[in-house]
Design a protein around this ligand. Structure first.
Ligand SMILES: Cc1cc2nc3c(=O)[nH]c(=O)nc-3n(C[C@H](O)[C@H](O)[C@H](O)COP(=O)(O)O)c2cc1C
Length: 266
């Protein structure tokens, strides 16, 4: 008879444990995926509601209430190239990642174009609007761009005049807590409200920027400037470049032009 701690038994037990564990992990991953997707979707919806001014940041809220509030937001699929809404996709079936990675539905940005350091730009994006009666109250634009360590994903909310910033918030990034991670700090985020994106008439090039140091309220450019994050100039610069890209001609520029001209379709 073989001793119980033979090499063969040890290997068999090890393999058995591996197979059982991998089965458990893969079953859990498959089982939990829909729940994870639903949570992700809920989180995005909450961020959009905060950007729309319909929900307080950090407020705890029932998922059913999120759905109810979100029904007030109009979600549209935008063709970035034409600056017009499109029926090519419905918001429900819209898969931003798939569209961005498919060369047929995205463009590769040249070094000169790629201010936000994102390499590819999808040709279509979801945008969100809050109306009060017929009037556009908030326009919520998703944007992303490179900070120092990571791609930062957020929402810029513009007032109905399409020039005044209501808020800028990043919901996902990997910047260093206490340094670049201060983009999450409510005190810093508060600096954005009321700032202007464009100098009137100069609609081609956004003027808004995060500067190094503090904004001088007496400066002629104060309304286009936000305080830099101390010790995090590179993340701050990433935020400026992200805005510069998404509000420029390769981003939402053509769409903003359409809205300004009042000739938006749909
Ligand atoms: C461990 C570590 C983490 C850092 N994280 C960030 C960061 O998230 N964002 C950032 O802009 N700078 C970060 N920095 C600092 C940058 O290297 C750089 O010094 C800084 O952006 C310059 O900003 P300042 O001119 O305001 O000092 C980090 C530095 C170290 C050592």
């Amino acid at each position: 008879m073989q001793p119980r701690n033979s090499t063969r038994d040890t290997i068999a037990v090890g393999l058995g444990v591996c197979v059982i564990c991998s089965l458990l992990v893969s079953t859990a991953a498959v089982y939990l995926k829909p729940k994870q997707e639903a949570n992700k979707r809920l989180d995005i919806q909450k961020n959009i509601l905060v950007a729309a001014g319909l929900l307080e940041s950090g407020a705890s809220i029932d998922p059913a209430k999120v759905e109810e509030l979100f029904a007030r937001i109009e979600t549209k699929v935008l063709d970035l190239t034409t600056g017009q809404f499109t029926d090519e996709y419905t918001p429900a079936e819209f898969d931003a990642d798939a569209i961005e990675s498919d060369p047929a539905t995205s463009i590769r940005l040249t070094a000169e174009q790629d201010l936000a350091a994102i390499r590819r730009r999808a040709n279509f994006r979801l945008v969100y609007m809050l109306h009060e009666g017929p009037e556009l109250k908030r326009l919520i634009l998703p944007l992303h761009g490179k900070g120092l360590w990571s791609t930062m994903y957020g929402f810029l909310a513009l007032e109905g005049d399409l020039n005044t910033i209501a808020s800028l918030a990043f919901y996902q990034h990997g910047e260093t807590p206490g340094l670049g991670g201060e983009i999450d700090n409510p005190l810093w985020k508060a600096h954005w409200a009321g700032k202007q994106v464009f100098e009137p008439g100069e609609w081609e090039e956004p003027k808004i920027e995060v500067i190094k140091g503090s904004v001088d309220p007496e400066s002629a450019n104060a309304e286009y400037q936000v305080d830099g994050l101390s010790g995090a100039t590179l993340t701050s610069r990433g935020v400026t470049h992200t805005l510069e890209f998404w509000l420029g001609q390769d981003g939402y520029g053509p769409f903003l032009e359409t809205l300004r001209g009042g000739e938006q379709n749909g």
